[in-house]
Write a protein that binds this ligand. Structure first.
Ligand code: GLC
Ligand code: CA
Length: 549
């Protein structure tokens, strides 16, 4: 079957279900809540929803620890509610994409329970190793969340590998039976009517034979031996040929450490096995590799990340565009300014929505939600944050340690969506499962709905402009004023239309000249975040989009 590339015309919205909207009053977001908000999503102009995991799960990593791949958790509404959401989305012309988390399962998954007891055929479904003399650990690898990557299992009398939390044992993808299970899962959801998959840390699924010690980097030990591992393309090809190619679906791969050249091995439209990639470079303009190693924000780093992907993929592969998701603190609090909340929220939208690719908007981003900053470290829920708090930066003062969490934690962006100024931000009629950001009386959807100047309505406008202009889909991308540490300026050109996008990342005024060949006198200003722009001077966090046609 010839797969169409419908995803190139889509704008996706990411739902992190626990905090999106509670429909039954038990305090936990669910699919009934999603049903209530489908029209809202439609009004935003999105044509697709990516659901972070909604499967049954003990919740050790908020659903990324799955105990049953072919069901929907009862607290989210079960299969019945899911069918309604799928149908409701499709009737409104919106696609639905599931999160496929197959690098690991929950330790409570039946496969693991049987594997640890050596019940066939599950004995080799996971990566088991006997204790080694000395420390006992089979190798020196670190997990991404909780210390070393190995945990001793009393039942089996062996260590198992977990690249994430202790409760997330890694599957042994070298076992053909495990790959068959993955294909069953894919078929199950595709047959039900879903439109694609976001594939969680999929570049980790093939580990180097022999699981050797890693002596390459002082941090992320092991990564050199499991990221983009030896059989990765072969396994992805197998999923593609055996399953995905038989459906009109698409896939997007999460890839923690990847550069454009390497990405093309996955997503080249002629030879790839995947359609798009979630790279992390655009999230590293104010940190080194991970949010947990913060640095000062550098616009030139951000521009370099944006432009290198725009340029390298041009004509060969398709970009996924995003500036927020459930794994990173809120973008205004990072790359923008809480002081210039509205201006910088709108400017950040412009900075990525007019690039070439398929944009993703993370729940609450369209409202300009900000980082959550609790008083006490005890309030954090996230497994990674808790480990960081207990084991890292121990020499710092309590205040510094708390501020580190504010700045780095994923929980900063996982508070309930702020729907109104009612109790609990209108997220639930009950007691919310997690803390609501106390700024909700000021920042909420209801207040922004009828305000033509709101961030929400700006997103609506930007998305609809994006869709109405062919140049945004096809046009060539070019960056201007590359050396500027304050301005991000790029153009798009398809031979008929030209766009010039101007974004100031400065909190003070900046002088601006249009690049050569762009006569502003002949252009139409189609989007702006200040009422009366002055040609040669940009206000703090000002953004403009000019069109020539
Ligand atoms: C991905 C997910 C993240 C999760 C991790 C382990 O990075 O986005 O939320 O914790 O994988 O599944
Ligand atoms: Ca609920």
């Amino acid at each position: 079957m010839e797969r169409t590339r419908w995803y190139k015309d889509c704008v996706f919205y990411q739902i992190w279900p626990r905090s999106f909207k509670d429909g039954n009053g038990d305090g936990m977001g669910d699919l009934w809540g999603v049903l209530e908000k489908l029209d809202y999503l439609k009004s935003l102009g999105v044509d697709g929803i990516w659901f972070s995991p909604i499967y049954p799960s003990p919740g050790a990593d908020c659903g990324y620890d799955i105990s049953d791949y072919m069901d929907v958790a009862p607290e989210f509404g079960g299969m019945e509610a899911f069918r309604q959401v799928l149908d409701g989305a499709h009737r409104r012309g919106m696609k639905v994409v599931m999160d496929l988390v197959v690098n690991h399962t929950s330790d409570e998954h039946e496969w693991f329970q049987k594997s640890r007891r050596r019940i066939e055929p599950y004995t080799d479904y996971y990566i088991w190793r006997p204790a080694k003399p000395g420390s006992g650990l089979p190798n020196n690898w670190d997990s991404n969340f909780e210390g070393k990557a190995w945990t001793w299992d009393e039942v089996r009398g062996e260590y198992y590998l977990h690249l994430f939390a202790v409760k997330q044992p890694d599957l042994n993808m070298d076992n053909p039976l495990v790959r068959e299970e993955v294909k069953k899962i894919l078929r199950f959801w595709l047959d039900l009517g879903v439109d694609g998959f976001r594939e969680d840390v999929i570049t980790y699924i093939s580990k180097k034979e022999g699981l050797p010690d890693d002596h390459l980097f002082p941090i992320f030990k092991g990564m050199a031996h499991y990221n983009h591992g030896p059989h990765i393309h072969e396994y992805l090809r197998e999923f593609q040929l055996d399953v995905l190619d038989h459906y009109d679906c698409f896939t997007i791969a999460e890839a923690p450490l990847v550069w454009p050249k390497q990405a093309l091995r996955y997503i080249d439209e002629e030879t790839g096995q995947i359609d798009m990639m979630i790279q992390f470079q655009c999230m590293c303009a104010d940190c080194l590799f991970t949010d947990w190693m913060p640095t000062k924000f550098s616009l030139t780093r951000l521009k370099q990340a944006f432009s290198s992907w725009q340029e390298a993929l041009d004509g060969r592969a398709w970009n996924a565009l995003y500036i927020e998701n459930h794994d990173h603190p809120r973008i205004i609090s990072r790359y923008g300014s809480e002081k210039f909340w509205k201006q910088s929220g709108k400017m950040l939208a412009v900075s990525y929505l007019f690039q070439k690719g398929t944009p993703f908007v993370y729940q609450g981003q369209e409202l300009g939600m900000l980082n959550w900053r609790p008083r006490s470290p005890e309030q954090y829920e996230d497994v990674q944050t808790r480990w960081q708090y207990e084991h890292a930066a121990l020499d710092k003062t309590p205040r510094q340690r708390l501020e580190r969490l504010w700045r780095c934690s994923r929980d900063s962006a996982r508070t309930p969506v702020q729907w109104s100024d009612a109790r609990s931000a209108g997220f639930t009629t009950g007691t919310p499962w997690f803390y609501v950001n106390p700024n909700y009386p000021r920042i909420n959807a209801a207040a922004q709905e009828d305000d033509p100047d709101s961030i929400l309505n700006f997103y609506r406008k930007a998305i609809s402009l994006r869709k109405s202009l062919p140049v945004v889909r096809h046009g060539r991308y070019q960056e201007h004023w590359k050396a500027s540490g304050q301005l991000y300026v790029y153009s798009r050109d398809d031979g008929r239309q030209r766009l010039l996008v101007v974004c100031s990342f400065s909190d003070s005024k900046v002088l601006f000249h249009a690049p050569k060949g762009f006569d502003l006198g002949k252009a139409k200003l189609i989007l702006q975040n200040y009422p009366e722009p002055r040609k040669a001077v940009l206000q703090p966090y000002e953004a403009r989009v000019y069109l020539w046609e």
